[in-house]
Design a binder for this molecule. Structure first.
Ligand code: SF4
Ligand code: SF4
Length: 80
């Protein structure tokens, strides 16, 4: 399972990352960082992350790190 981690102090809450996520797993949280921005987070279906890194590429503040699964266990998971 791939996953992403937000560097919350860099996040400005613009949600550009959410707009490009093919799995729609990114949303705005209720938490504010020290700059006063409501930071992004992954929702309940975070495990659906495909590891595509689209969110990290889109983020203008380099606030997302992607940890990719090296190999999908089966083809069904690879399509998910
Ligand atoms: S694109 Fe970057 S700055 Fe904008 S909400 Fe997503 S993580 Fe935060
Ligand atoms: S790596 Fe891809 S699937 Fe995972 S949260 Fe980012 S855009 Fe969505």
């Amino acid at each position: 399972m791939s996953r992403i981690v937000f560097i919350e102090e860099r996040c400005k809450g613009c949600l550009l990352c959410a707009g490009v996520c093919p799995k729609s797993i990114i949303r705005q949280s209720a938490r504010m960082n020290r700059q006063g921005y409501r930071v992004a987070e992954t929702g309940e279906n975070a495990e659906a992350c495909a590891g595509c890194a689209g969110c990290a590429v889109m983020c203008p503040d380099m606030a997302i790190r992607v940890f990719k699964t090296k190999k999908m266990k089966n083809s069904k998971e690879a399509r998910a």
